[in-house]
Ligand binder design. Structure first.
Ligand code: SF4
Ligand code: SF4
Length: 185
């Protein structure tokens, strides 16, 4: 029916209005309606709002157990697909004979940089990676004064353990873990 969407939208706005006040949250709880914190001003940086699991900022590289066990094989698909071209990869690494070197049975990048001052957090790199090697982080306190020294994240700075991914995004990490376990079978 025409107008239902408008009414629903007004309902969401009214619920958010109620959630903003303690009495409103009490009323919604009494009516057994799930509540959030509504629209509130958070006194950042003294108070930090809990962000949703799906909140994303810049990507990081995932490793298993030890940093040399990174999942990235330097296939460069993410580098080619990144819309603002802010990923820069050198590799895969070569051995003394010029053949692809391997760590934990996989090739790996010599260098992997992301210019986070250019990254637009689109998540395309995550979606195109065939190895679940790159995921979106939720760290946002990353400002600095040095454009290249602090805003271009190198491999060391990008590498984070799978435990970290499981902690910040448990639902997504569980899906990825299950997919990787199924591939190993
Ligand atoms: S992060 Fe994924 S897509 Fe990008 S180079 Fe590594 S393995 Fe390939
Ligand atoms: S999130 Fe988007 S812009 Fe940022 S590195 Fe990945 S593909 Fe590039």
């Amino acid at each position: 029916m025409i107008g239902i969407g408008v009414l629903r939208g007004m309902g969401v706005t009214f619920k958010t209005f109620l959630e903003t006040y303690p009495w409103g949250r009490g009323l919604l709880r009494a009516l057994r309606i799930p509540t959030t914190n509504g629209l509130v001003t958070v006194e950042y940086p003294d108070v930090k709002q809990q962000h949703h699991e799906r909140f994303r900022y810049f990507p990081f590289l995932v490793y298993d157990q030890t940093p040399d066990n990174l999942r990235c094989v330097a296939c460069k698909i993410c580098e080619q697909e990144c819309p603002p071209a802010c990923i820069h990869i050198i590799g895969p690494a070569k051995d003394e004979q010029g053949r692809p070197a391997k760590a934990h049975g996989r090739t790996y990048p010599v260098e992997f940089d992301i210019d986070i001052s250019v990254c637009m957090s689109c998540r395309i790199c995550v979606d195109v990676c065939p190895f679940d090697a790159i995921e979106m982080d939720n760290q946002y306190e990353l400002s600095g004064f040095d454009r290249f020294g602090q805003m271009v994240f190198n491999k060391d700075k990008l590498l984070k353990p799978n435990d970290y991914f499981q902690r910040i995004k448990p639902t997504e990490a569980a899906t990825v873990d299950a997919r990787l376990a199924a591939k190993k079978k």
